[in-house]
Design a protein around this ligand. Structure first.
Ligand code: ACO
Length: 403
């Protein structure tokens, strides 16, 4: 790669690359991705090994701080997080204010943004590493509480407060599915599935939301607000919102009689705006390695929980048909991380509107690490150039004379 940041000064030219299809914005040590071979590693560890052997909190530590924690470091990390799992009581007024059917992502983005008003120390310029760490810990600690409160409120159920005797993921499941009066009987299959899904979503280098977090942070904007901007970017159906869109699509195909060929043809038709949700990726031109793991996990989890979900069969039929279809082959369109994840979330008991929020829960360590690295690299403010193609030299016309 060549550094072309001085190209304009030297030659008067700028590069034009809409969608940044071939523009590197940074040098990063967080995530390695080979889209041709379908390889994904966090800090040098393969996603397959981490999903198999690690816990989400351990992976969060790895992504944010660069190394797998020792037992003592992990316990210290968990201990610090436990101190901050509660949210300010005044924040509960927000939940009462949102309309009951408002989308969880709309709530999540504004709640994370407003953390900057409850914890204004994040606004202090030139923070020490310890001060920055406190904001990181608070975010990691409060996000599961906020997500489960959003869910409970949507049901009209009483809020369940965190129990710090539980580990990170179990605590989240307790607050989401637990009963107020008794201990939540934690199903180890559900805990393990949730850990796996969160690990597989933990970072994905310079995607739309991570780039957003970096570019917002590059103006020296605080971490809460930068992450909130990432949540907005994630919401779109072309990015993280695809996990909800996939289930909506599979339901639609099921209601339409399960004719997968008809829907494959719709996706290929350039006069039809329909796209096969959960298919295709900017970087992967091969199987998304996360999708491979999730597909296998999906089979295992549904079998273990004794769930027979007809939309899994539709998903498999679509994948099979697409993989042998010349349109998909020519464009190297394979299932991505979102294709099977929603089926697992559904089996665990989450409604589809919560899926993208769960993606955000998993992606939080990645966003934090990207924001932190951008500062450590002392990167300049993000500010792309443009080629102006609008009107030039117009004379002002008084309003009474305009046509
Ligand atoms: N269904 C049908 N055709 C598709 C699909 C799809 N899902 N994805 C891409 N194509 C086609 C395009 O129409 C285009 O065809 P053309 O060359 O004949 O014009 C070609 O494949 C290349 O597609 P682009 O849109 O140029 O690829 P880009 O890299 O810009 O987009 C994206 C990638 C947004 C992921 C796209 O594949 C898509 O919309 N997929 C569906 C949404 C989705 O699943 N998003 C989640 C991505 S993973 C994540 O963000 C977590």
């Amino acid at each position: 790669a060549i550094d072309i940041s001085k190209l304009r000064d030297l030659t008067g030219f700028i590069t034009l690359d809409t969608g940044f299809k071939n523009t590197g914005s940074t040098k990063s040590k967080i995530t390695f991705l080979d889209g041709e071979k379908g390889i994904l590693k966090y800090r040098g560890y393969s996603i397959e090994q981490l999903a198999e052997k690690s816990s989400f909190l351990e992976v969060a530590y790895l992504i944010v701080y660069g190394n797998l924690p020792t037992q003592a470091e992990l316990e210290g990390f968990q201990g610090e997080i436990s101190k901050h799992t509660l949210i300010h009581e005044d924040m509960k007024k927000f939940f009462d204010g949102y309309p009951s059917r408002s989308h969880p992502m709309g709530q999540l983005g504004s709640l994370i943004f407003s953390l900057s008003t409850f914890y204004p120390e994040c606004l202090k310029p030139n923070q020490t590493a310890e001060e920055q760490d406190l904001t990181i810990i608070k975010l990691l600690a409060k996000l599961p509480t906020i997500v489960s409160f959003i869910y409970k409120k949507s049901l009209g159920h009483p809020l369940i407060y965190p129990k710090n005797k539980y580990d990170y993921v179990t605590n989240f499941l307790w607050m989401t599915f637990g009963q107020r009066t008794e201990d939540y009987d934690v199903n180890p299959i559900v805990v393990s599935a949730m850990n796996k899904l969160l690990i597989l979503h933990a970072d994905h280098e310079q995607n739309c939301s991570a780039s957003t977090v970096r570019i917002v942070g590059s103006s020296d904007c605080n971490l809460y607000a930068s992450i909130s901007a990432g949540i907005a970017a994630l919401w779109g159906p072309l990015h993280g919102g695809a996990n909800q869109a996939v289930i909506d699509m599979l339901e639609l195909i099921k209601a339409d009689g399960g004719d997968t060929e008809k829907w494959i043809n719709k996706a290929k038709d350039k006069n039809d705006s329909f796209r096969m949700m959960g298919f295709g990726h900017r970087v992967y031109k091969n199987f998304d390695p996360r999708a491979k793991i999730i597909k296998k996990a999906c089979d295992d989890i549904l079998e273990n929980l004794g769930i027979d979900d007809p939309i899994l069969e539709i998903a498999k039929k679509l994948e099979e048909a697409a993989l042998t279809d010349q349109y998909f082959i020519d464009r190297k369109l394979y299932p991505n991380v979102d294709f099977y994840s929603g089926i697992i979330y559904r089996a665990l008991g989450f409604p589809s509107e919560m899926f993208t929020v769960l993606f955000a829960l998993g992606r939080l360590p990645g966003w934090i690490a990207q924001w932190k690295e951008m500062h450590e690299n002392k990167e300049p403010i993000g500010r792309p150039r443009q080629i102006y193609v609008g009107e030039t030299d117009r004379e002002f016309v008084d309003i009474k004379d305009r046509k």
